[in-house]
Design a binder for this molecule. Structure first.
Ligand code: 3HC
Length: 282
């Protein structure tokens, strides 16, 4: 498969499109908000330039960017072999998108939903051809983090799972693990309680923000502290993920701490809004 579509050009969608183009795919990026397209283009160019400066690109940045088309027109996806959606992390939005994709794509085209925590069956069941729907869970920043979780649901055809696994490994160059269709899959079911626990520690006055983050970096060799990582993931995403995990597992470790809710209510969403647990305005 070399004709890739990406729906949603936020941080995750941009990253997926970047690795697709780097892997030689012809990529169509669709976002319903035209204003999101230029920032995505800028983000990808900056990311690729960083890789180029580190001697990690086999081709010039403009050649790779030349493989990507940016549009708000969903019908541009009509000839895609695989479409990966990376829109907002709510069942309602993703289910509504599946119906629109069903109307545009050929019946053979694969639909992969990039979700952090929503069980894939809920999304696949909304499709008129659910056998072509599965989950692909990429990690942020997508161009840097090697992993993709491939998540077939009860309705997914085996051939679709195998083709997507091969695409992620061979074309996108990712390390693939297969995960069961449950909220959080393998990685987030382990990672998110850790991140929420760091927020609870801050909320309960166990230690300062910097001491929590420095503790986990210096004490456990984490590449970045958990509160900084929450800011990078986005606190709105963290809240949705936590709510989805809690709804599925009903375990206190997944419940969203009040401090996380207050940040989201205040519009302090992390790096993307300029302030979260840290201030990025400067
Ligand atoms: N393509 C390829 N490589 C790139 C690149 C690109 N576009 N941009 C940067 N790189 C490379 C750099 O060359 C560098 O390589 P090196 O290690 O060989 O020198 C490496 O990536 C790191 O890049 P930077 O120098 O830009 O960044 P830092 O060293 O400051 O690291 C970080 C930043 C990668 C974010 C690091 O802090 C980290 O790994 N943090 C943890 C991230 C993490 O845990 N992500 C998962 C989040 S959870 C998630 O996403 C799931 C979701 O569902 C919630």
């Amino acid at each position: 498969m070399k004709r890739l579509g990406v729906v949603g050009c936020g941080v995750m969608g941009s990253g997926i499109a970047e690795v697709g183009a780097k892997g030689g795919c012809d990529v169509v990026v669709v976002d319903a908000f035209p204003d999101a397209l230029t920032p995505a283009q800028v983000r990808m160019t900056a990311s690729l330039s960083k890789a180029e400066a580190a001697g990690k690109l086999a081709e010039p940045v403009d050649v790779i960017m030349g493989r990507i088309t940016f549009t708000s027109d969903m019908s541009a996806l009509a000839d895609r072999e695989i479409v990966i959606e990376a829109i907002r992390e709510t069942v309602e939005d993703k289910v509504a998108l599946i119906a629109r994709l069903d109307a545009v794509l050929t019946p053979e085209a694969i639909i992969a939903t990039n979700t952090s925590s929503i069980p894939v069956a809920q999304i696949a069941a909304a499709s008129t051809t659910p056998g072509r729907v599965l989950g692909t869970h990429f990690f942020n920043p997508v161009p840097v983090m090697p992993l993709v979780e491939v998540v077939p649901c009860l309705l997914t055809d085996d051939a679709v799972t195998d083709a997507t696994h091969a695409f992620c490994a061979e074309v996108l160059g990712k390390k693939v693990i297969r995960a069961e269709d449950r909220s959080g899959f393998v990685v987030n079911a382990i990672l998110v309680p850790y991140l929420l626990s760091a927020i609870r520690s801050l909320q309960n006055g166990v230690a300062s923000r910097d001491d929590i983050d420095e503790g986990m970096v210096a004490g456990c060799g984490m590449p970045m502290g958990p509160l900084k990582l929450c800011d990078m993931i986005g606190l709105d995403t963290m809240l949705l993920v936590s709510q989805s995990l809690y709804a599925e597992h009903l375990e206190a470790a997944f419940a969203p701490p009040a401090l996380l809710k207050r940040h989201v209510e205040a519009g302090l969403l992390g790096r993307k809004s300029g302030r979260g647990f840290y201030d990025y305005s400067k």
